[in-house]
Design a protein around this ligand. Structure first.
Ligand SMILES: *Cc1c(COP(=O)(O)O)cnc(C)c1O
Length: 363
């Protein structure tokens, strides 16, 4: 079915109906104070999947949309999303960071959740035209960017458990500042699980985040900022940190869990691995045991540990607690690898240096 959906949707130039807001909120928005995900630009892009095809391409004022209370996304969770960032470059051009990787992953998520795939034309042209219209919403302060949130959800107003026939695709955009203010205190979780073999961990689907909220809240009540998730079977292998991939530097080698169906295949992760390899740094993508990380923390060979994801880029881990014992890691500002990677990503994204990997999609 997925293949049939995609075949029907070969569209070159999308016919997007545009209705502008009569009253921009740009002037009344405080760009000095941008808590993540709370501020949205003037417009949004929407499309509907009906009768086996995508239609009704629109850019319209950001606002509420009407759905049936029986919409199957609300009951059975067919909902997927993406997170992408756009940056204002020194010369004023806007650059979207590796959006085709997100398109690819969106469609991997769609397939796992028995949802129709979204053709490239709709995803890319919808996003680009929306960004062009709301280009003044892309902040220019250092560390700031425009967050792009594509989302698709099932809209059949039917309570029977089935893959919906109708879906809505929406792209929201909004300016964001720095995600995490300070280095993280994390706990290695050995009871709850984020994702299982054969499950949906590799899909950016709503339920994965819902199921992580209680364990995260409990950890926060104990004074931690975030969890490190371990495998469901033995809780012996490290998988991710919160909603980011996790990376370690042990003995000058960059080590990260290899992707599998319980791990989200992150664009930031790929980018950091590419940078490390280009610098000649040894890189290991493999299963990573809790034991080796704790031993490295104990014997002083754990030089760096951080989460890697679009929202935060790199979130330093300051402390790791495992089975009630706390391990303090090297001072984040002194860490050679993650600070170099962060700086390199920043310079590429803001167009301050050449873009050797072709990561910037300029509009
Ligand atoms: C989005 C996400 C990531 C990071 O992916 P990026 O493409 O780098 O943003 C990692 N883990 C989980 C669970 C995620 O949802």
């Amino acid at each position: 079915m997925q293949g049939i959906h995609s075949m029907k949707n070969v569209i070159d130039i999308l016919d997007i109906k545009v209705s502008r807001t009569p009253q921009s909120r740009l002037e009344s928005t405080d760009f000095e104070n941008l808590p993540f995900g709370r501020v949205f630009s003037d417009h949004m892009f929407t499309a509907d999947f009906e009768d086996g095809e995508w239609k009704n391409f629109q850019i319209l004022p950001y606002g509420n949309i009407e759905i049936s209370p029986a919409a199957s996304a609300l009951h059975y969770g067919q909902a997927i999303f993406e997170g992408i960032k756009a940056y204002k470059q020194a010369d004023g051009r806007i650059s979207i960071f590796r959006p085709y990787k997100n398109l690819e992953r969106f469609n991997i998520s769609a397939q796992r959740m028995a949802m129709p795939i979204i053709p490239e034309e709709i995803f890319m042209q919808g996003m680009q035209q929306l960004l062009e219209m709301d280009r003044d919403w892309v902040p220019s302060q250092e560390g700031y960017s425009l967050y792009i949130r594509p989302v698709m959800f099932a809209t059949d107003p039917i309570l029977g458990v089935h893959a919906s026939s109708n879906y809505k695709f929406v792209i929201l955009i909004g300016p964001v500042g720095v995600y995490y203010a300070k280095p993280l205190k994390v706990k290695i979780e050995t009871h709850y699980t984020r994702a299982v073999e054969g499950g949906v961990g590799y899909a950016k689907t709503a339920g994965n985040y819902a199921s992580s909220l209680l364990p995260t809240k409990l950890a926060q009540q104990e004074g931690f900022d975030q969890l490190i998730w371990t495998d469901a079977k033995e809780h012996a292998y490290i998988e991710e940190s919160g909603t980011t991939n996790v990376m370690f530097v042990i003995n000058d080698t960059l080590i990260t869990p290899s992707t599998r169906d319980s791990i989200l295949d992150g664009v930031t992760r790929h980018s950091i691995l590419d940078l490390a390899r280009s610098w000649g740094m040894p890189v290991e993508e493999r299963r990573v045991t809790v034991t080796e990380v704790i031993e490295a923390a104990q014997n002083g060979t754990l030089q760096d540990a951080f989460g890697a994801g679009t929202a935060a880029t790199i979130a330093h881990i300051a402390e790791i607690t495992y089975e009630g014992k706390k391990y303090t890691l090297p001072e984040p500002s002194s860490r050679a690898f993650s600070n170099k990677a962060l700086q390199a990503l920043k310079e590429i994204r803001y167009g301050l240096v050449p873009d050797p990997f072709g990561w910037n999609h300029l509009i």
